[in-house]
Design a protein around this ligand. Structure first.
Ligand SMILES: *Cc1c(COP(=O)(O)O)cnc(C)c1O
Length: 819
């Protein structure tokens, strides 16, 4: 185990860091400076373990996974690193002695928000689990200068503010210029016959290039001395702006290379589950993939001579199709630089790459126009053409004369390069992220591929790390769990089922619900400070936090709030348990309907929160700038977990798991991992409603459904919908929410109406909400249900997910690192 924490040494280190970094003493230092000084002190410990881990990797030469992802939604590092070093409480006490509150110091750290939502956070949880389980792993990504935008709410509207997360410096990162790589774009390919090898050589000329510089960020395993690496790439111009390039007439090129480098890593695209087809995005993809693949090959070649066995020591997991150019980049290196024959290179590549599918939604599928793709990546395009030619041949062999199969499966078709088809064709594994999602892939979306290569398909239900989302996020509950069942749950979440013996224990119930109450107080204080709204901590905290997307149906939630408000106004005497509806969500900057939904939520909140006549029975809160750091507090304080996506649309969800772990029952549809949550906890400990995935798919295959039937036949629904266009929540502009009304009932556009089945599910949702209220009134019943959720959450640790990836896909060797 790691060296025992020495308080005196630690304090000296903090003081010395303040001095050398800022010429400050503890008394005059700002909180930000103290944060930096503490982080550097913590980093000292980490560096020793980091070096030791890399030494073990050198000696034992284990197989490594390269987790390739455009996004890593890491959140804050300091607290998590102290937790995993098992020094959190010690540091907290040491800082208290110096007169500092660790919470306040932690709060100085900007979130590393290099991701949008679930997909990016999954990558972050996976890195935590890989290090904790002792597997050699690299995260490979981009060091965006600006991460996910900060969200301000002004007058009820979302305003995007740039996230300048590096402005005070990132204490945990390490610049590694000695591992820089060159990445080339554009130009053309000259073919030259090489007498010596009797092969054509492919030479890229007239290109622009950038230098990729890696920054390494330590990933600390829990209490095991392992420190892995998240390697994110920065871009620099290859030649410093030289005056002589002006003389040579290269001035234009020098400027362009400078701009290319500046633009490429400038900002994270803020789209979740949506493909926008921007050229710069493809540049970002190739940039970090080329650098990462070059680095992986170089690392292998340091200690191995036979590149044909590369796959024995390295595997690439592609997080969605975003990194799929890795397939062609590896082929390029093997063919053009290592001199392998096509078949040899293909064997290596197809034994190295594996693909994770994250969505079945058409608007998220990456399809690049040939023109753009071949212009930007001429050699990569040639290679994909050849992969496609051979794949189409294979399809023809298997299905002679069947043009339909080629149309549906070819990698290049209709003027487009289809990245998912490339990933499936070249991957040795194709996985979905929850059981239901994988079944839909096999039986509907990817049916043709599944029939042709069933052995590739498998499921890996997502998970989350309990170290961040319970141990760090909810210290009161974490301590309580440890008091009752010991601390093994921290690295073996299955142990948490031992709590089941306490679910009927009155004292345990009271303690559990009291902790929930303390966490609700903590969140209420945050809401008062950040929103200026007073919420009643004894009300039901009903929470929906996730990206704003039509398929996630925040609209269903807020329409139901409008319906409840109508009901309370009509029947003031009706018994009603006080409710606080809490929302948190960023909308993609260009997603108009999503942004209008945020305005609707805030407009409804304004009216309801200011209506004295309802005696505070209902409150609606929109928490600004939902992100990992405030998410941790929100999950800990939730009574009800809203997971209400249109069935079949949410591939897995991971927010659902964080709520469950923290004792909040799911109010949700049978979608994504909700299905497995219900399997684990029992239907009686969740509130399930709505159409099934199969019912939704059946409607979709038969031209949709008619929401007018609901509008005409249900006066509650009709009333709520009319309130969208009669100025009830927009007296200054009654037309404001017309687009939302139209989206549900639409008659005057070519879109289908209510694509997300909101009206179809409305009544069933309202009924489920009534069941929630009834259940909450039963105090012991609710305590039991909440505890059952925590106790049954063992399956949803990312440790389990990662172990399954290791056992069934990657086949890595476990390592141990002595202190
Ligand atoms: C877990 C998490 C998500 C994913 O939430 P879903 O409900 O699964 O969409 C998104 N953002 C943050 C900050 C998260 O922590």
């Amino acid at each position: 185990m790691s060296k025992r924490f020495d308080k005196e040494v630690f304090i000296e280190s903090v003081k010395s860091n303040l001095k050398t970094l800022y010429r400050q003493t503890l008394v005059d230092a700002t909180k930000q400076q103290v944060f930096q000084a503490v982080s550097y002190a913590v980093k000292d410990t980490i560096i020793d373990n980091w070096m030791e881990t890399q030494k073990v990797y050198e000696e034992e030469d284990p197989k490594m996974v390269y987790y390739m992802s455009m996004e890593f939604l890491m959140g804050r590092a300091l607290g998590n690193n102290m937790i995993n070093l098992t020094e959190y409480k010690e540091v907290k006490e040491a800082l208290e002695e110096l007169g500092f509150d660790l919470n306040v110091i932690e709060d100085q750290e900007p979130d590393a928000a290099l991701g949008n939502g679930g997909l990016g956070r999954l990558a972050a949880c996976f890195l935590d689990s890989l290090a904790t389980l002792g597997y050699a792993a690299y995260g490979c990504g981009i060091r965006y200068r600006y991460g996910m935008f900060k969200q301000k709410i002004e007058n009820g509207y979302q305003i995007e503010v740039p996230d300048n997360w590096l402005k005070d410096g990132n204490p945990f990162e390490l610049r590694r210029p000695e591992y820089a790589k060159e990445v080339k774009f554009g130009g053309y390919i000259r073919v030259e016959y090489d007498e010596a090898t009797k092969r054509n050589k492919f030479i890229q000329e007239g290109y622009q290039s950038v230098r990729a510089i890696p920054f390494d960020i330590p990933i600390v395993g829990y209490n095991n001395n392992v420190v892995n690496t998240l390697r994110v790439w920065d871009a620099e111009a290859i030649n410093d702006f030289q005056l002589d390039s002006f003389d040579k007439g290269d001035y234009q090129k020098a400027v362009e290379q400078e701009n290319l480098a500046r633009n490429i890593v400038e900002v994270l695209y803020p789209n979740d589950n949506h493909y926008a087809g921007k050229e710069l995005r493809l540049k970002q993809q190739y940039f970090f993939i080329s650098a990462s693949v070059q680095a992986a090959v170089a690392k292998y070649k340091k200690n191995h001579s036979d590149i044909r066995k590369f796959y024995e020591k390295a595997t690439f997991q592609l997080n969605d199709t975003h990194p799929t150019v890795a397939v062609a980049e590896l082929m390029r290196i093997l063919l053009d630089e290592e001199g392998l024959e096509w078949d040899e290179a293909w064997e290596v590549t197809t034994k190295t790459c594996a693909y994770t599918n994250h969505t079945i939604m058409a608007e998220a599928l990456e399809k690049w126009p040939i023109e753009l793709f071949s212009r930007l990546l001429p050699r990569i395009y040639q290679i994909i053409e050849e992969i496609n030619r051979r794949f189409v041949e294979e399809i023809q062999k298997k299905y002679p004369g069947n043009q339909e199969k080629i149309r549906k499966m070819a990698i290049i078709y209709d003027g487009q390069v289809k990245m998912a088809h490339l990933a499936i064709c070249a991957g040795y594994s194709v996985n979905g992220v929850a059981a239901l999602h994988t079944e839909i892939l096999k039986n509907q979306e990817l049916k043709d591929f599944y029939e042709m290569m069933p052995e590739k398909f498998n499921n890996k239900t997502n998970g989350i790390t309990q170290r961040r989302f319970l141990l760090h996020a909810n210290p009161l509950l974490a301590d309580w769990v440890t008091e009752h069942i010991g601390d093994e749950w921290i690295t073996d979440l299955a142990q948490i089922s031992k709590l089941k013996v306490y679910v009927d224990d009155e004292k345990a119930q009271q303690e559990f619900m009291n902790i929930k109450y303390q966490n609700k107080l903590r969140l209420a204080k945050y809401i008062r400070e950040h929103n200026g709204i007073d919420v009643d901590p004894r009300s039901i905290f009903d929470v929906q936090v996730k990206r704003l997307h039509e398929y996630k149906r925040q609209l269903l939630n807020i329409l139901h709030v409008m319906y409840l408000y109508n009901k309370i106004k009509d029947h003031p005497e009706m018994p009603f348990y006080p409710r606080t509806f809490i929302f948190g969500a960023k909308a993609a900057a260009g997603y108009r309907r999503a942004k209008l939904t945020i305005k609707l939520i805030n407009s409804v909140a304004d009216v309801i929160n200011n209506d004295k006549s309802i005696n505070g029975k209902l409150k609606v809160v929109f928490i600004e700038d939902y992100r990992v750091s405030n998410a941790e507090w929100i999950f800990a304080a939730a009574d009800v977990s809203e997971q209400i996506s249109t069935a079949s649309k949410e591939a897995s969800g991971t927010g659902n798991m964080k709520f469950m772990l923290n004792g909040a029952p799911t109010l949700g549809t049978m979608d994504g991992a909700n299905v497995e949550i219900v399997q684990e906890v029992g239907e009686e400990n969740a509130f399930i409603f709505g159409l099934s995935a199969q019912e939704v798919i059946n409607y979709e295959n038969n031209g949709g459904y008619n929401p007018m039937d609901y509008f005409n036949n249900d006066q509650d629904i009709r009333r709520v919908l009319m309130q969208l266009i009669n100025g009830e929540y927009a007296p200054d502009d009654p037309e404001r929410f017309r687009d939302i009304y139209d989206s549900l009932l639409n008659t005057n556009s070519s879109d289908r109406a209510d694509t997300y089945f909101i009206l179809a599910d409305f009544k069933s949702y309202a009924e489920a909400q009534e069941r929630v209220e009834k259940a909450y009134r039963d105090e012991t019943g609710w305590a039991r249900m909440a505890m059952m959720n925590t106790a049954c959450s063992g399956k949803f640790t990312s440790d389990r997910t990662i172990q399954q990836y290791v056992d069934e896909i990657w086949h890595l060797d476990k390592v141990t690192v002595e202190a």
